[in-house]
Design a protein around this ligand. Structure first.
Ligand code: NAG
Ligand code: NAG
Ligand code: NAG
Ligand code: NAG
Length: 380
């Protein structure tokens, strides 16, 4: 009699497990994501290498710093969720990582071009795109060698079944702007674009067949840029964004788009996709209230800077002595009403709206509606 009870329990558990497996099943062409980028898509790589992050970063979703330069999830996080995949582990994170569905090579302050002293003076990550590509090659070699004995590595067939995302170039564009101006930066932007192109060709050689490049954001609307870059009021458009810098962004993006078009001709069995996330963000900066937001060019987390709530001497989360008084750059109470989190990076709210536009496919060239390739999961 007493032996019957455990048996019944066992059957019950098996039934529950079976139905859970059935419920969570979903179809997606993509079994992994490999991401290359900077702080806009770093899920903890930089802070794994150089631990330092403090609150209020992470306040909205993780409720603690998560290595991401925002209040919650990034575009790459929402994309993973929509495809039914776990958040991407940073390649540089030695504890708790799970690479069965891809890896993230992005780190805060990364550039496309080599971070050498003649081009970038300060504040640039050592993990530039060429390094990130080398890490990808090493990752693949280790997977091929070790996947049978390591539990957190994918099967080697993942490389052809993954989406490769790029969200990088912003630091190449912005980090020299104050010093050498738009004209100076424009001289090396063709190198930035051709380096992205060369990296795509190498990923193709590694087996990549779906490669998606997010373009450069409208940095002329960023609170940090509005405070730090020289401009006069005649350069501001009706939305409070700097026309000259945003025009330079458009020029760069056109160059990027053309380069991807040429590369696509040579890689006929691959999808090389340009995504105009810049237009999505620009629309949010211009008409925040049309998208459930309230503030365009005002940062949620910051101090001073008038309407911009940004002071380059006191970044979000920091406390400093300014003119004899101690000040702290704190977060707003409602980050979901802002486009800009800390003056430099987008909020989770903006990242979510941008991801919905990416998933829709109509901002992509060629159009790339994800629902044709995957049963998309809700990203609440
Ligand atoms: C820095 O990079 C640029 C562009 O790749 C190159 O022309 C220059 O020689 C490099 N400078 C140094 C000091 O390595
Ligand atoms: C395409 O391939 C041809 C032949 O290999 C090469 O000459 C050309 O430079 C390639 N174009 C691009 C954009 O990669
Ligand atoms: C500190 O003092 C300088 C010089 O008097 C002034 O330009 C600046 O606006 C002050 N900063 C703050 C945060 O009050
Ligand atoms: C993408 O957005 C457009 C414009 O809002 C809409 O008409 C279209 O149905 C959407 N497509 C998908 C696949 O959601």
């Amino acid at each position: 009699m007493s032996a019957m009870v455990p048996n019944k329990l066992l059957v019950l558990c098996m039934v529950i497990v079976t139905s859970l497996v059935c419920l969570s099943y979903s179809k997606c062409d993509f079994e992994g994501i490999f991401n290359f980028g900077d702080s806009n898509s770093d899920t903890g790589g930089f802070y794994a290498a150089f631990p330092a992050e403090k609150g209020p970063y992470g306040m909205t979703y993780f409720h603690k710093p998560s290595g991401r330069a925002t209040d919650g999830r990034l575009i790459v996080d929402f994309l993973a969720q929509a495809l039914g995949l776990p958040f991407l582990s940073p390649y540089l994170q030695s504890i708790g990582s799970d690479f069965r569905h891809g890896a993230n090579f992005a780190t805060l302050a990364s550039t496309v071009l080599l971070p050498n002293t003649s081009l970038f003076v300060t504040g640039i990550s050592p993990f530039s795109l060429a390094i990130q590509l080398n890490q990808m090659k090493e990752f693949k070699a280790r997977v091929v060698e070790l996947h049978e004995q390591e539990t957190k590595l994918p099967n080697p067939d993942i490389f052809g079944k993954s989406i490769y995302t790029f969200y990088i170039g912003q630091n190449d564009f912005t980090s020299n702007l104050a010093a050498i101006g738009i004209g100076g930066v424009k001289e090396y932007l063709p190198q930035v674009v051709s380096q992205i192109g060369a990296t795509i060709k190498e990923l193709y050689e590694l087996g990549g067949r779906t490669i998606m490049v997010l373009n450069l954001a409208p940095v002329g609307c960023y609170p940090s840029m509005l405070v730090e870059l020289p401009h006069d009021s005649s350069d501001l458009d009706e939305f409070g964004c700097m026309v000259s810098y945003n025009n330079a962004v458009v020029d760069y993006n056109n160059m990027l788009k053309e380069t991807l078009t040429k590369i696509r001709e040579n890689l006929s069995d691959a999808s090389v996709i340009y995504v105009d996330t810049s237009s999505v963000l620009l629309e949010m900066f211009r008409h925040p209230t049309s998208h459930g937001l309230q503030h365009g060019t005002r940062a949620c987390c910051g101090y001073g800077g008038g309407d911009y709530n940004f002071n380059p001497r006191v970044y979000c989360g920091n406390t400093k002595e300014l003119n004899g008084s101690t000040v702290t750059a704190t977060a707003c109470e409602d980050p979901y009403h802002y486009v800009s989190w800390d003056g430099i990076h987008a909020t989770e709210a903006a990242n979510k709206l941008t991801t919905l536009a990416i998933l829709n496919g109509s901002y992509s060239d060629p159009p790339f509606p994800f629902h044709e390739r995957c049963d998309l999961q809700p990203i609440g």
